[in-house]
Design a binder for this molecule. Sequence first.
Ligand code: SAH
Ligand code: SF4
Ligand code: F3S
Length: 482
Amino acid sequence: MTDFNPNETVKAAGGGAAMRKVFVKTYGCQMNVYDSQRMSDALSGEGFVPTETIEDADLVLLNTCHIREKAAEKIYSELGRIRDMKAERAERGLGTQVAVAGCVAQAEGQEIIDRASVVDLVIGPQTYHRLPHALKRVEAGEKVVEIDYAVEDKFEALPNAPKKAIANRGVTAFLTVQEGCDKFCTFCVVPYTRGAEVSRSFLQILGEAKRLVDAGVREITLLGQNVNAWDGEDEAGQPIGLGGLLHRLAAIAGLKRLRYTTSHPRDMDDELIAAHRDLPQLMPYLHLPVQSGSDSILKAMNRRHTGEQYLRLLDRIRAARPDIALSGDFIVGFPGESDADFEDTMRMVETVGYASAFSFKYSPRPGTPGAEMDGHVSEAVKDERLQRLQALLRRQQVSFAEGLVGELLDVLIEKPGRHAGQLVGRSPYLQPVVLPETAGAIGDVIPATIHSAVANSLVAVGALMPDLNAAPRPSPVARTLA
Ligand code: SAH
Ligand code: SF4
Ligand code: F3S
């Protein structure tokens, strides 16, 4: 099987046939990043090599996000550009296949081809293992829409990543353990695009984690739309939850760090909270979205807990792991949100003190109950609330980072820095840390004293100061949702 090292010459399957190139663009959440990797692995088995240059691509694959209107609309403007590019390539006698995967594919299906005829294939998240077969149908001249939920196990059917492909992706990796959502928050499309909650089996996850570590991965982030709803059975057939799974994974020799995202407050059970106390490998950072601080809005959102219950839950988590850094998601301007409701959200943020957080203006999504509700909030009010909330969250993020100056933190070294003489790693709290190159090797966890906090990074003692004018390097872990 060929692999995905762009620096290597890879022979296409079938010997002598021209090598085909695929350009993959990923939108949305970490699960899409993971899915893109698995699709790339499946395509490498078909003789495709990756390209970063869209004009060179025989296959363009957009892995899309449907969470907010803007995210979905971006795809159509991108498809407009791809149409022009396909026409230019055709003038040079080159064919181009265009595939749309991800949550827009699942939500809109055939509509995508009706609206953008450049598209040859629409494939939903539950059918990625059928991608090679679907592409063969496209080659035979068909337009293909694959969005039925497959009965077979997608993860069983997808090929394992080649060891070199894993190594090329670095020392941190994502691993999907759970997919789908049964919570039906009234603003959210995910239960419709990703389907019902399904947990991957313990043995499948353990096998994949071991393969990752064997290829050099030192930190694994377990992924799920509701990752803490994961359940399964251990080797002895005993039922376990995410806490139990983390215990088993922490026993893998060479795996230095574990994280998980995204959790729902209702699924934080005692076993999982205890894992934060008991497992040194489990990083003291938790993304636990609350969305709003107002009980009436939480009710209208169908979050099924109150603000007070969320705060009591945080007390229990902090009792287990006092240095835990918290992150969250917030929506402003949900239908019916009054000034007083919004002030409750501001108060909630003041009370909790977040290390980082994402916040969004409510975007009505077709087919969700929220879109049909009364009391939609004007854009101007949403804008104003978002600005105030983001300013507060930003202040908290800065003060959290500044509070670490002078501290000795464990840093996982991830990659070379932007400048000669620098390395970049990550703190336990997910912040990038700039280090001197003498600090250690990529994959090491080393203690570093923090000298200063600049922009979104920490700078360790002895490191060259980062160039704040240089373009930021995209980081899959700290990725903002589109
Ligand atoms: N499963 C995760 C979140 C998935 S979506 C969870 O339950 O926390 C990521 C975030 O996008 C959500 O937490 C929410 O804050 C935001 N979001 C989802 N739907 C939205 C909408 N219609 N408008 C604005 N923000 C939305
Ligand atoms: Fe969406 Fe709510 Fe499910 Fe999260 S828990 S994916 S916000 S429906
Ligand atoms: Fe992720 Fe966006 Fe789908 S956030 S689950 S890619 S709608």
